[in-house]
Write a protein that binds this ligand. Structure first.
Ligand code: SF4
Length: 484
């Protein structure tokens, strides 16, 4: 058998696999197939687009991000596909965003590009539970008969122990820079779940043993990887060894970047939570963010959707992170700050919902607390979730007319002044990696979790690192000048 893994990229509430991130799905599957030393190739949707001459329009003005993450030439991709006997297609976006230098494949596109391939086609990844690359929508409907099999590999942690280490070898087939998204747990530790979330449908709660996480990080380190994010989990703080994991990765791998992602604010507000916060500041690298899945500060929406943290708890968690993490680190960014995720279209949303959001965010500002970034999305509706089973897209339809205004209120009144406090003019940001061109401007960012986008008004070499001085602010990004 000749296996090929086709990575069309994944984005879930608990886990990111859109370049520059390399998700867990291709790695574990590579390790699983690798057990018997079979021939396993890894290609991306960008390789496939490239090999088919799709989106070929060349613009010297703007970088083509649909073909940015190729791993090999078009001819080599064609050869691989011709000799493939089984194509394992990884796809699925549950929390769509805008990506600076990648575009995940939609089902429609994947089907279009693979329908003529003469091999077995297996669809896996979050797409098994649906996918949507645009906010505020039902999951994408498509004719799935293109695939011979739809399969959730759903490996246990005993299996992953072996597959993750063997899977690290996949990196040898990827010439571009990648951040490795490491997994610490699956499922959700809450008894009652949030109305919109797919995580409890996909997984029962279980924690990955610390030693296994470390073994995987070491395997990647041996292969030259220097960038890690502990992002594949619904709450980093709930892992019983949250401190030991980062301490040992720091000691055993000494990565250039070590960040975390999702955090339940409830678990920050405790003696143990404070200890974990201090350890994260100590062992991780600067620019780190605890993304709080707040979703809404409207008490009615919190109640009706069974959301995780009430506003007071979120505020207190934000205060704790500011207390220990707001000092500027070596990269030029603060060491560790809260990020806030908001969701429009939830059950019970009303005309006054965003007033609650703005009021609470203003409280952070007025009391001098920093929020590193605010993500605002529209909910996507997936089969099996409580929102799907009750109201569907009723509230999105009802309130859609307000969303631009609501988002803009947050951007103008909170994000913009907050950004000026976070990185005032004259701040130096180290190691900004230039990624794309748009006209005469080059856009780049530091490596890590939700890094700030920096626009420099000159054409700089892509994939190269520059130290940059902040000389101006946009709503959510900064204008920089290369430090001479
Ligand atoms: S807390 Fe809510 S959003 Fe987070 S994993 Fe659990 S159900 Fe999903």
């Amino acid at each position: 058998m000749a296996y090929t893994i086709l990575d069309c990229y994944t984005d879930e509430p608990a886990g990111l696999g859109v370049p520059p991130y390399l998700g867990t799905y291709p790695r574990y599957i590579y390790g699983y197939l690798n057990q018997n030393n079979k021939s396993i190739k890894y290609i991306t949707i960008d390789d496939l687009r490239n090999s088919k001459g799709i989106n070929e329009k060349r613009s010297i003005q703007k970088t083509n991000i649909k073909r940015y993450n190729t791993t090999r030439s078009a001819d080599e991709t064609k050869e691989i596909l011709n000799s493939t006997t089984e194509l394992i297609i990884i796809a699925g976006v549950h929390t769509p965003g805008k990506y600076l230098s990648a575009v995940p494949g939609t089902l429609k596109e994947i089907i279009q590009l693979t329908k003529e391939l003469n091999c077995k086609k297996t669809l896996t990844g979050p797409a098994v539970y649906g996918t949507s690359t645009e906010g505020g929508k039902f999951f994408e409907k498509a004719d799935l008969s293109n695939f011979n099999e739809i399969k959730d590999f759903n490996f246990s942690y005993e299996e992953i122990d072996d597959f993750a280490v063997k899977g690290a070898g996949i990196i040898k087939q990827i010439p571009g820079l990648r951040i490795i998204e490491l997994e610490t747990s699956k499922g959700c530790s809450r008894k009652e779940h949030c109305s919109f979330c797919t995580e409890p449908i996909k997984n029962k709660i279980s924690f990955r043993p610390k030693q296994d996480i470390l073994k995987e990080a070491k395997a990647f380190t041996k292969l030259g990887v220097k960038y890690f994010r502990l992002g594949k989990q619904s709450d980093y703080y709930s892992h019983p060894e949250a401190i030991g994991i980062i301490k040992e990765i720091r000691k055993g791998c000494n990565p250039n970047v070590l960040h975390i992602d999702n955090v339940n604010p409830v678990n920050v507000v405790s003696k143990k939570g404070i200890e974990i916060t201090k350890a994260i500041v100590k062992y991780c690298t600067a620019g780190n963010i605890a993304a709080f899945g707040v979703e809404s500060f409207d008490p009615e929406v919190v109640k009706q959707n069974n959301l995780n943290a009430d506003p007071e708890v979120t505020y207190e968690a934000g205060r704790i992170l500011n207390k220990y993490g707001r000092e500027r680190g070596e990269s030029g960014m603060q060491k560790f700050l809260p990020g806030i995720n908001l969701l429009f279209g939830l059950i019970g949303e009303s005309k006054t919902t965003n007033e609650h959001n703005v009021q609470w965010l203003k409280r952070f500002m007025d009391e001098g607390l920093l929020i590193r970034r605010i993500n605002v999305r529209q909910v996507d509706i997936f089969e099996g979730t409580p929102i799907y089973n009750t109201v569907g897209n009723k509230f999105i339809k009802k309130n859609k007319k307000f969303y631009w205004k609501w988002r803009n209120e947050i951007r103008q009144n909170i994000d913009f002044p907050m950004l000026k406090k976070l990185v005032p003019e004259g701040t130096f940001l180290k190691n900004v990696r230039m990624e794309i061109y748009d006209g005469k401007t080059t856009f780049g960012r530091q490596i890590g979790t939700y890094p700030l986008i920096v626009g420099v008004k000159q054409r700089l070499e892509l994939n190269k690192f520059y130290d940059v001085e902040v000389i101006g602010h946009m709503l959510r990004s900064v204008i920089g000048r290369v430090k001479q």
